[in-house]
Design a protein around this ligand. Structure first.
Ligand code: FAD
Length: 439
């Protein structure tokens, strides 16, 4: 028997249920299709993807198989691979984005037409979206805490076995991977299961009991930075959550649950990235190109915001606290439509995905799964609390590196001659009524 596994964002051999199921057949076609529809969205992510594919190919070759690479429509290529090799089954990890679900529906129809079995598997989240449900029916959770409770109490699936050997069908050419494309950010993490597992094992060696207190320390950078590896499935979210649970790292497991939460939300609200989930909160959005540009360039004149925006461009990643501050600044201070923020983050983030990017933006903008949609983030108070010495700001905003201590957060308070010598702008005006924080 021969089976095809269509890999999408489950680029790993460890705990990959779709791959493990395919490996029950005598011969396996592990297929990745470079889909032109997804090609130009984010050069940073494309580079990370290609690094991950090269790593996966290495893993398969070590096990006697190979990664089969094709270009074009994943549905057509998966069917072609199955027909060319006489495979009777195609295995695929279920996913929630609108695009992934359309792909899945088309594959279902084409498999039926060609009398090929399609088997869908878990693996993109810890708990499958829709597997836990709120009391009263439906699967639409409005807020996180009840979801977290149900999620924590649910039974997690078993870790899938890692295949030891893979045999490709005779005569199948694996296909070349194109040359590694350039990203946009100079200092990105390297994609792939091997670098992901190295990072995970270093993370698990730390004392994770301190995570709850330390993860908001912006300069300390005390988070795992595993998000890009989870985004691409270089790491299994279940394996990460189980390992953390075994170390009683509850605060960290709770963050991993936020990721699952937004997948469940995206499954229920397919228009999460374009339509507000709730109509309370500020809805009167502005479309101010000049303000947007200053924000994108890290030139708002508010150092903590500018530091975050520059970290994004420099690393293709941003500290969670900085994501909150910069997103709140765009939506609640400048009053700019959150969808413009979604698009900008989506271009740069290695971990950028529809559920988490849009879900978190909606939360921050007050249109999403937050019980306090009118919540304000005063960026100065946030800066003084989470970057008390100004180390994070000086790391990313070199114009300000001569200002010592917390004074770096409000350069406009320096004597005028000093401020003018900085080559750094004054703060952008607020378009909401709570501009008092600047004084
Ligand atoms: P850690 O603190 O080590 O947390 C471990 C894991 O938990 C993360 O890798 C991530 O998978 C998950 N996690 C942590 N916080 C959150 C959260 N608030 N929501 C969902 N999952 C979380 N995360 C993404 O993965 N992709 C995105 O596109 C994304 N966009 C965001 C946009 C905005 C406006 C905001 C405020 C947050 C966004 N986040 C996104 C969530 C969060 O900022 C990142 O997951 C986190 O910073 C990743 O760093 P880490 O791996 O070091 O996290």
């Amino acid at each position: 028997r021969t089976a095809v596994v269509l890999l999408t964002r489950d680029l790993r051999v460890h705990d990959n249920p779709a791959l493990a199921a395919a490996c029950a057949a005598d011969r396996v076609v592990p297929l990745y299709v470079l889909d032109p529809t997804l090609a130009d969205i984010s050069p940073n992510r494309t580079r990370f993807l290609h690094q991950s594919l090269a790593d996966l190919r290495g893993q398969f070759r070590e096990r006697g198989g190979d990664l089969v690479v094709r270009h074009g429509d994943p549905v057509a290529e998966a069917i072609r691979a199955a027909r060319d090799t006489g495979a009777d089954t195609i295995h695929l990890a279920a996913d929630v984005s609108g695009y992934a679900r359309r792909r899945e529906r088309r594959l279902t129809a084409d498999c039926e037409h060609h009398r090929i079995d399609l088997e869908l598997h878990p693996g993109v989240t810890v708990v499958e979206p829709g597997a836990v449900r709120p009391g009263g029916g439906g699967d639409a959770y409005r807020v996180f805490t009840p979801y977290y409770r149900a999620w924590s109490a649910s039974t997690w699936r078993k870790i899938a076995p890692t295949p030891e050997r893979l045999t490709l069908p005779d005569g199948l050419t694996a296909g070349d991977l194109p040359a590694l494309p350039a990203g946009e950010s100079p200092h990105t993490s390297e994609g792939g299961e091997s670098p992901g597992r190295r990072r995970l094992s270093l993370w698990l060696k730390k004392d994770l009991s301190g995570y709850g207190d330390a993860h908001d320390d912006m300069a300390g950078d005390a988070t795992s930075r595993l998000s890009p590896y989870l985004r691409w499935g270089c790491l299994s979210p279940l394996e990460v959550a189980e390992a953390a649970r075994a170390r009683d790292a509850d605060a960290f497991v709770r963050q991993v649950c936020w990721r699952d939460f937004y997948y469940q939300v995206a499954r229920t609200y397919p228009k999460l990235s374009t339509e507000a989930l709730r109509t309370s909160g500020d809805q009167n959005w502005r479309y101010d190109d000049d303000a947007l540009q200053h924000w994108q360039d890290g030139l708002t004149g508010v150092p903590i915001v500018d530091a975050g925006m520059r970290q994004l461009r420099d690393e293709g990643w941003m500290h969670n606290r900085a994501r909150l501050i910069t997103a709140a600044f765009l939506t609640k201070h400048l009053g700019v439509d959150w969808r413009l923020g979604v698009a900008w983050f989506f271009r740069w983030l290695l971990d950028g995905d529809v559920p988490n990017n849009s879900g978190n933006w909606q939360w921050t903008a007050g249109t999403g799964n937050d019980t306090r949609p009118y919540r304000r983030f005063n960026p100065i108070r946030q800066a003084l609390r989470f970057d008390p010495e100004g180390v994070y700001v000086r790391r990313y905003v070199p114009e300000l590196k001569g200002i010592e201590g917390a004074a770096v957060h409000q350069p406009w308070r320096l004597p005028e001659s000093e401020f003018r010598g900085l080559d750094y702008p004054g703060p952008l005006e607020s378009h909401r009524d709570e501009a008092v924080w600047l004084r």
